[in-house]
Ligand binder design. Structure first.
Ligand code: 3PG
Length: 206
């Protein structure tokens, strides 16, 4: 649990949640993030070449912690335990939690309800992705959950943007937010790589 919390604190204020269209797109983003010294990245398993994308980030950003996201089954958890620094799931499964514990893998499960939180807390988790944050109630939901569960920390993701991420970070229970908005598309990289670099440097230098 402490390892998972350290990952979130290190990621602050924003953990990029990255999906890429191609290996070239992943490579270009990894180089951009390396230049901006982004400390922590979640690379999602949402592309047939996703594991190669994880390797690109590991190779390009040796100073950073690279997590694998969208881990939803045993096979992915076992591979991620070997190939990544931490693992994130969109939901909670006791089976995956037990596997993460056995393999000593820092693991951040996802929750959307108080019942899921209780189930995950029974497996000793105290650090959660809250997903899909905006769609299930956003800041108001996290505030409400923090009342009965004051000891837990969240990384809300899903529908968070440049316009509203500060509202989440203002909550004591939020260690960082996750989002894809700070991961440029291939078109955006071509058009305004320098603009993205400046935005990232501003985010992670403070
Ligand atoms: C996630 O996987 O956490 C979300 O899909 C990221 O959501 P976003 O694209 O709305 O930032």
């Amino acid at each position: 649990m402490n390892d998972a919390l350290r990952m979130l604190q290190r990621a602050a204020p924003v953990m990029p949640v990255a999906h890429f269209n191609s290996l070239e797109h992943a490579q270009a983003c990894a180089e951009l993030f390396a230049e901006a010294k982004v400390p922590t990245v979640e690379v999602t398993l949402r592309h047939p070449q996703a594991w190669q994308m994880v390797k690109i980030f590991k190779d390009c950003m040796p100073f950073a912690k690279i997590g694998v996201g969208t881990v939803i089954n045993r096979r992915q958890m076992l591979r991620a335990a070997d190939e990544a620094d931490f693992v994130i799931s969109p939901g909670f499964s006791a089976e995956l939690s037990i596997l993460a514990r056995k393999t000593l893998t820092p693991y951040i499960p996802g929750i959307a309800t108080a019942s899921e939180l209780m189930a995950a807390m029974n497996e000793e988790h105290r650090v959660f992705k809250c997903f899909p944050a905006a769609a299930i109630g956003g800041v108001a939901l996290i505030k409400s959950l923090s009342a009965p569960f004051p000891e837990v920390s969240f990384c809300p993701t899903g529908g968070i943007s440049q316009a509203n991420y500060h509202d989440y970070l203002a909550l004591d229970s939020v260690a960082c937010v996750g989002g894809s908005w700070i991961v440029p598309s291939e078109e955006a990289l071509k058009k305004d790589r320098e603009g993205f670099l400046t935005m990232l440097k501003d985010l992670y230098s403070s």
